[in-house]
Ligand binder design. Structure first.
Ligand SMILES: *Cc1c(COP(=O)(O)O)cnc(C)c1O
Length: 495
């Protein structure tokens, strides 16, 4: 018989026995610390067996079970089949490792669980402080606004939304884009990250409004082609509004001429947004400032703290020079969000007015702890080491007869492939795709793959604070031995 709500049977989601859950918490902490401390001793990645995968096709749990049992299932079925980006030899896509301190901060943040939409409480001050430190890091004025977000994709979306609204020349929020105005256009290099195109689509402009400009041999935007495109678009009645610079492209790590782009944006009255998802952070490394000159001139800047600042996912940031334009793009004031002069609903900055989310997590805490515990100089030294590792890896690739470097090494990205006269040139791509898969399956190292001018490349993006010099020797030795093995077995593509 169902229990009436008013009886003595009272439930909450707190443990009935606090001591035993606390003991389990200590065990979890010990286990995950052991896991992180020993990551080097494990394969980077291993495929999940079918019988384990089946555990994730269970029916909806109606009745609970002890937390200890659920945790055991984490140990058995999740921990061993992790992605592997905590490993010293993970260089796929562009990912950070996370840090033990960041993990602890996330636990504290989740424990306190404040809502970062706004209000007058300590966590809001923490996020303000982190954003101020980010401004200082990039030489931005204190008057700029900023927001911590899930990552570079949302940071790009927010920056470009402000750009669209600020430069459209009409009230986009009120009238929308179907109100008979000329097509608004944005400009970016053909090496742009897919999140830029997606942002333009989400903003209702249509992918065709993103004008992709060709790159030079170092994969940087071609300034002449850019100007020609802007002028051609103006001539046919389009309305150029924004220019997007890449500070570190995903494919090759190329950095656009950011200062020249700033001049061009100024000259043409365009909003200047920079996608610096990982590359922006290179400015912390000793001697790299010059390469990123111009970053301080952008109208909006998107970057991640979960890539080359190594924090656990998810944390990125967008800075906007014109704080009022930023607020005007997103602020909404329903009665139930009325602000007060005093009390919990006070506070000057309501982060909910600067982005898409109202309820927001306390992701700021891990950044606040990291900035203070490491100092940006230590992070900068490790970023600098990653850049040196990339240069060294590129040189080592060029020194080995069975390897070919496929793009100049910029920042931290190295693209290369296995070559041998015995491989039919038409099969080099398929051959190297197989090398990459075997390499990942071996658990030795985890680069990812990309296509550069139709050539398949093994691609290492080094945003890894755990990698040592010998890890890259292991990588190249493994590629050589896998390639050799495939030659010996007379490997052919299956179709
Ligand atoms: C990773 C990346 C993004 C997207 O950032 P997320 O944090 O994955 O959302 C955007 N631009 C570039 C250049 C990137 O490398």
């Amino acid at each position: 018989m169902p229990t009436p709500l008013s009886t003595e049977v009272w439930e909450s989601l707190d443990p009935q026995d606090w001591e035993s859950l606390q003991a389990l918490g200590h065990r979890m902490l010990d286990d995950i610390f052991d896991h992180l401390r020993t990551s080097r001793d494990r394969p980077v990645w291993k495929p999940m067996p079918d019988q384990v995968r089946k555990k994730f096709r269970a029916s909806l749990p109606r009745e609970g079970q002890p937390a200890e049992a659920v945790y055991q299932s984490f140990l058995d079925n999740i921990l061993p089949y992790n992605m592997g980006n905590d490993h010293p030899r993970f260089w796929g896509w562009v990912m950070g490792n996370g840090t033990p301190l960041g993990m602890l901060a996330d636990m504290l943040a989740s424990g306190l669980n404040p809502n970062m939409g706004g209000g007058d409480h300590a966590a809001v001050e923490v996020e303000r402080q982190v954003i101020d430190w980010c401004k200082a890091m990039f030489g931005w004025p204190e008057t700029a606004s900023g927001l911590l977000v899930s990552g570079g994709s949302v940071a790009n979306l927010i920056g470009l939304a402000v750009a669209r609204n600020a430069r459209a020349g009409f009230d986009v929020r009120r009238d929308g884009l179907m109100s008979g105005h000329p097509q608004l256009t944005f400009y970016v290099s053909s090496e742009q990250h897919s999140s830029i195109k997606r942002a333009i689509e989400i903003l209702g402009l249509g992918a065709a409004a993103l004008r992709k400009v060709p790159v030079d041999s170092a994969y940087r935007i071609d300034l002449g082609a850019l100007e020609a495109q802007i002028e051609a678009d103006r001539e046919v009645g389009m309305h150029p509004v924004g220019l997007i610079g890449c500070a570190g492209t995903t494919n090759t790590g190329a950095v656009d001429p950011l200062d020249a782009l700033a001049d061009l944006a100024e000259q043409h009255g365009l909003w200047y947004h920079i996608d610096g998802a990982f590359g922006a952070l290179a400015c912390l490394a000793p001697g790299v400032g010059e390469k990123l000159k111009g970053m301080e001139r952008a109208d909006s800047l998107a970057f991640d703290l979960h890539k080359w600042f190594y924090l656990p996912f998810e944390i990125g940031c967008v800075l906007v020079r014109d704080a009022e334009a930023h607020r005007r793009t997103f602020a909404a004031h329903p009665d139930y969000l009325e602000k007060a002069a005093r009390g919990l609903a006070a506070g000057e900055i309501w982060f909910g007015d600067y982005g898409i989310q109202l309820t927001r997590s306390f992701r700021a805490l891990k950044a606040w702890m990291a900035f203070q515990t490491y100092g940006v100089d230590q992070v900068g030294r490790i970023i600098g080491r990653n850049m040196h590792q990339a240069t060294d890896l590129g040189e080592e690739v060029e020194a080995r007869p069975n390897m070919e470097l496929l793009a100049p090494v910029d920042l931290n990205v190295v693209c290369f492939r296995f070559v041998d006269p015995a491989i039919d040139p038409g099969q080099l791509n398929a051959f190297n795709e197989e090398v990459l898969i075997r390499l990942q399956e071996s658990g030795t190292a985890a680069p990812s793959g990309t296509l550069l001018e139709q050539r398949f490349a093994l691609r290492c993006a080094i945003t890894n604070h755990r990698s040592r010099g010998e890890d890259f020797d292991l990588l190249l030795d493994a590629v050589e031995s896998i390639g050799g093995e495939m030659l010996d077995e007379g490997w052919q593509p299956s179709d």
